[in-house]
Design a protein around this ligand. Structure first.
Ligand code: SF4
Length: 272
C-alpha cells in the first residue's frame, strides 16, 4: 500500500540538483505523489479498508514510495513512520530511498523499528554503470550504493533495489553487469522496469531530439530473462513490468502490456 511521508528529494530541492534524475516524474510512478499534506495516520485510515475488503487474508505492507523517504531528521522520521508500525493491520514497512540518504542515525532508527515489524529498505540503483549514473543525473555512484547496502544489511535490515533496463547508451552487457553487482551484494529482491519516457522530464526532451532509442518489446523481455538468470534463485523478482498513466507516458507504447511481458519472459526462461 503506497503512502506519502511528505518528503522531497536531494536531487530536487537543490542539495544535489533541482531537476531530478533525468527520467523522473514522481506523478508517473506513485499514485500518492500529491499526498504530502495528508498525515500518515489519515492515509492509513483511508486506504486500508478498501484493500482489506479486496484481500481479506493478505498481509498489508506500508510502502513509503514517492520521493526520498529517509530525507528528514531522524526525529521527524520517527513521527512519520510510527503510525505504520503502530497500526494493527500493517504487517511490515518498506521505505524507498537513495544511497546518499542513509546516515547512521537513520539506519539505527530503521533497525529499531525492525524489532517491531519487518522493515525493507528499498535503495534505488537503476544501473551499476557510473557513466550512465552521471549521464542521468542520479547524483550518486555505484560505490555509494554498495557502501549504503552493506551498512544497512549490517544492521539486520532487508535491502531491495530498483533497476531500469534500457537507459541511454546501455546494452545487454551493462544490464548483466548490473545484475552481477546486485547478486554479489546479496540484495533480497529487485523491481525491474523498462525505461519509460514521461512528460515533464529531461529525458523526454532528449528523446524528442532523437538522442537515443528505446528497447523494443522483444529486446526488453530478452534482457529481463538474461538479468533474472544472472541474479539466480537468491534474489526475489518483485516485478519486471511497470505502468505510467496514459496522460504522462510518451513511450514505449508496449509497457502497459503486463501479461504479454510476463508470458514472453517466462517462455524465454523456460527455453533454457
Ligand atoms: S532520487 Fe528518486 S525522487 Fe529523487 S529525482 Fe531521482 S527518481 Fe526522482
Amino acid at each position: 500500500m503506497p503512502l506519502s511521508g511528505g518528503m522531497t528529494c536531494p536531487n530536487l530541492d537543490g542539495t544535489k540538483g533541482t531537476r531530478g534524475c533525468s527520467y523522473c516524474n514522481n506523478k508517473s510512478f506513485s499514485p500518492v505523489w500529491d499526498l504530502a499534506h495528508v498525515s500518515v495516520r489519515d492515509q492509513l485510515e483511508t486506504r486500508i479498508p478498501p484493500l482489506r475488503a479486496k484481500y481479506p487474508e493478505a498481509g498489508i505492507l506500508a510502502y513509503f514510495q514517492p520521493y526520498t523517504n529517509t530525507y528528514a531528521p531522524v526525529e521527524r522520521l520517527r513521527e512519520i513512520f510510527s503510525p505504520a508500525f503502530e497500526h494493527p493491520e500493517i504487517a511490515g514497512v518498506a521505505v524507498g530511498t537513495r544511497p546518499d540518504c542513509l546516515p547512521e542515525a537513520t539506519v539505527a532508527l530503521l533497525a529499531e523499528f525492525n524489532q517491531k515489524k519487518p522493515v525493507i529498505v528499498e535503495i534505488g540503483l537503476q544501473t551499476a554503470n557510473d557513466r550512465t549514473l552521471e549521464k542521468i543525473h542520479r547524483g550518486h555512484s555505484v560505490g555509494d550504493f554498495k557502501e549504503a547496502v552493506r551498512r544497512v544489511q549490517g544492521s539486520g535490515l532487508l535491502v531491495t533495489t530498483h533497476l531500469i533496463l534500457g537507459l541511454p547508451g546501455e546494452t545487454i552487457s551493462d544490464f548483466m553487469e548490473t545484475a552481477r553487482v546486485v547478486r554479489d551484494l546479496d540484495i533480497s529482491a529487485v523491481k525491474i522496469h523498462p525505461l519509460h519516457i514521461v512528460r515533464g522530464t529531461q529525458m523526454a526532451e532528449q528523446y524528442a531530439a532523437g538522442e537515443f532509442a528505446l528497447l523494443s518489446f522483444d529486446a526488453y523481455c530478452d534482457a529481463v530473462a538474461s538479468v533474472i538468470r544472472v541474479l539466480g534463485p537468491g534474489v526475489a523478482i518483485e516485478r519486471f513490468s511497470g505502468e505510467s498513466p496514459d496522460d504522462l507516458l510518451i513511450a514505449p507504447d508496449w509497457s502497459g502490456n503486463r501479461n504479454q511481458i510476463v508470458a514472453r519472459v517466462e517462455a524465454n526462461l523456460q527455453s533454457f
